[in-house]
Design a binder for this molecule. Structure first.
Ligand SMILES: [Zn+2]
Length: 381
């Protein structure tokens, strides 16, 4: 594998330097207590980037999507129900059943509507910025399970869908969506499986919730799924990239690419056994980003604030060709020491999660199942 230290900006035809889309709303407490997302996530990445001097240029504030904008994809009654949940703080039993909100999975909390609609506004902005000829990074995006009229898997609205819709509205004919989160990108696949102009591909851990995205499931032919065995290592992702993912993406000759790169595929995440190092994720995303003139890079899941924050900060560095330091400055180590997470025990916190940005590579053999997946997904229908 390449040493990312020596990789400059991705070898692509991007006209403009990468742009970062973010909003301060994500610093507010959300999801209530005892929820896997009630941890410092994207703000950790932002603070690491700021502390390393990587946010001097290209920073854009995310707008809030209007209710009218949201109904371009979501059902008006569902949008209204979520708005009412925020304004009243209540969720009637009928709404819990119908819309799957106000549940343990998708709780109602103060600011829920603003937060969810800001992620949509951010992804629309990121798509518009990328379409000017570059890479737009919106790590607060990636709510890929959201359904048209129903919350699902901690996702209320589906911001990746809106990034793709923005490209469609601009008249693009070939848009590719790649989902590297540990869970199947079901909401995005469902939204576009019958659209000839969109091709979706998801790599996810086999047997995980929501259970969709099986190897031979291509929907009407415009979807591909790579459900990988437990403990996926760096060499296996690299093999899949070269043998299947990059060839499939390049064959589409994408005019725009939307990538969801959840951090729950990294070693140490409590909600999957995928065991990638963050360098493997950075390499995969930079290789993908070189495949299209317009690229939107979104976040996604990730339930370990240390591995997530370091991965998404380093991803911004990789997209820009910035040098990742071997050791973090003491102030950033102190910031990482101050993070908490109920799902990671104190003795599971690895020392390097507090002092470095780059993980040790997780090298290992490429298992036979991995080769089988690549062959199956490349097979002509
Ligand atoms: Zn996930």
């Amino acid at each position: 594998m390449q040493n990312l230290k020596n990789v400059a900006r991705p070898p692509s035809s991007h006209k403009t330097p990468p742009l970062f889309v973010h909003a301060e709303v994500y610093r507010r407490a959300a999801y209530g207590q005892n929820h896997p997302l009630a941890i410092a996530r994207v703000e950790t990445a932002v603070d690491l980037c700021a502390g390393l001097g990587w946010l001097k240029d290209g920073f854009h504030a995310s707008p809030v999507a209007s209710r009218e904008q949201l109904t371009v994809f979501h059902a008006p009654d569902y949008v209204e129900a979520l708005y009412q949940a925020e304004t009243t703080g209540l969720t009637p039993a009928a709404h819990r059943r119908l819309y799957n909100i106000g549940t343990r999975e998708n709780p109602v909390f103060p600011g829920i509507f603003e937060r969810a609609s800001t992620s949509v506004g951010g992804s629309v902005l990121a798509a518009n910025l990328a379409l000017e000829g570059g890479i737009a990074y919106h790590p607060a995006g990636g709510t890929h399970h959201g359904q048209r009229a129903r919350a699902s898997g901690f996702c209320y609205f589906n911001d990746p869908v809106f990034a793709i819709l923005t490209c469609l509205e601009k008249g693009l004919e070939r848009i590719v969506y790649v989902d590297l989160d540990a869970h199947h990108g079901d909401g995005v696949e469902d939204a576009f499986f019958d659209n000839e102009r969109v091709f979706t591909l998801s790599v996810h851990e086999a047997g995980r919730w929501p259970g969709t995205g099986l190897l031979h499931d291509r929907r009407l032919g415009r979807a591909r799924n790579l459900p990988v065995p437990r403990h996926l290592n760096d060499h296996e992702l690299d093999y899949l990239m070269r043998a299947a993912i990059l060839p499939l993406v390049q064959a589409q000759r994408p005019q725009a690419l939307v990538i969801t790169c959840g951090a729950d595929n990294l070693a140490g995440d409590p909600l999957s056994t995928m065991a990638l190092s963050n360098g493997a994720l950075w390499q995969a995303v930079t290789q993908l980003a070189a495949c299209a003139p317009a690229v939107v890079v979104l976040g996604g899941g990730g339930y370990n604030p240390w591995t997530l924050g370091r991965a998404w900060a380093g991803l911004w560095a990789a997209l820009n060709g910035y040098q990742v330091p071997d050791l973090l400055p003491p102030a950033l180590t102190d910031m990482l020491k101050g993070l908490t997470c109920d799902l990671v025990e104190a003795d599971e916190i690895r020392p390097e999660w507090l002092t470095t940005l780059r993980d040790q590579p997780n090298v290992g053999p490429v298992r036979a199942e991995i080769r089988t997946i690549a062959e199956a997904v490349m097979r002509k229908a």
